[in-house]
Design a protein. Structure first.
Length: 274
């Protein structure tokens, strides 16, 4: 969920925080008080407040209600129909920066909101020497990502994985981050309603075992990575051994890094003999 610290701008008129908290708590929101503060700060009028509370109590994710999500200290714009960045994916960004701190070309594949690309650009010192590209097959995600990477001079491309990227990037990418869908098709229906009902299926469904897109990215990565460049993909603990095999089978050296705190598993691959 977004930061529990409300934005510095206050709501223009006194609004009934207690009643908002009560409505959210009755709907089962665990962090009702914190969510109420964020909604109150975002609402410009009492009518807008009522509409926002109604959306939240009917199950719309808080981030879509207020229009943004916090990701590695950045406020990332999110819109209906766009995948909301998860806190566990911050671990992927952390590992990418550690693996390639001098990367000058960054690609955020399956970018969704563009949160990963924006966070990488910010961490690597952009605006500055980082050339940032992002890509997604979903036009709604592309529109949203353009808003989030614009402060870093990023470019966003529409298309299916590597087909979306300009050919000039071949052999130049220092960090290739791909937050691919990895939920097995038969398990999509078991996801929390906030994801299942409000996020695009293309951002969730990874095929029969959840690894269809991961395999495609791993298979094509070597053509795009610069010498010393790395590919990073988030997966689940259960899928990690098969994901590692997909990397090595595609000619990449591979290792798994895990954050117990964030329940995050990231496979890192590099081209062999580089």
């Amino acid at each position: 969920m977004p930061s529990l610290s409300p934005p510095s701008s206050a709501s223009p008129s006194p609004l009934p925080q207690d009643s908002v908290v009560a409505a959210l708590r009755a709907a089962g929101c665990v962090f009702a008080e914190d969510e109420a503060r964020l909604i109150l700060a975002a609402a410009r009028t009492p009518d807008e407040l009522a509409a926002m509370v109604d959306r939240r109590v009917t199950g719309v994710p808080l981030e879509l209600v207020v229009g943004w999500a916090e990701f590695r200290g950045l406020r990332i714009a999110v819109e209906p129909g766009v995948f909301v960045p998860r806190r566990r994916t911050e671990f992927l960004v952390e590992q990418a920066v550690a693996a390639a701190p001098d990367a000058s070309v960054v690609v955020d594949l399956c970018c969704g909101s563009g949160a990963v690309g924006a966070a990488l650009a910010a961490a690597l010192g952009s605006p500055g020497p980082v050339e940032l590209h992002a890509a997604d097959i979903d036009p709604a995600a592309v529109r949203c990502a353009r808003r989030n990477v614009a402060p870093y001079g990023g470019r966003v491309h529409t298309g299916d994985l590597f087909e979306a990227l300009p050919g000039s990037l071949r052999g130049r990418v220092g960090i290739l981050a791909a937050n691919v869908p990895y939920v097995p098709t038969d398990e999509v229906g078991l996801l929390p309603a906030e994801a299942r009902d409000h996020e695009p299926l293309v951002a969730l469904d990874g095929g029969p075992d959840g690894l269809d897109v991961l395999r495609r990215v791993a298979a094509g990565a070597h053509r795009w990575l610069a010498p010393g460049g790395c590919l990073l993909i988030e997966t689940s603990e259960r899928q990690a051994p098969t994901a590692l095999d997909a990397f090595t089978g595609s000619g990449l050296s591979a290792r798994l890094v895990v954050s117990e705190e964030l329940h995050a598993n990231v496979v890192i691959g590099r081209g062999r003999n580089r």
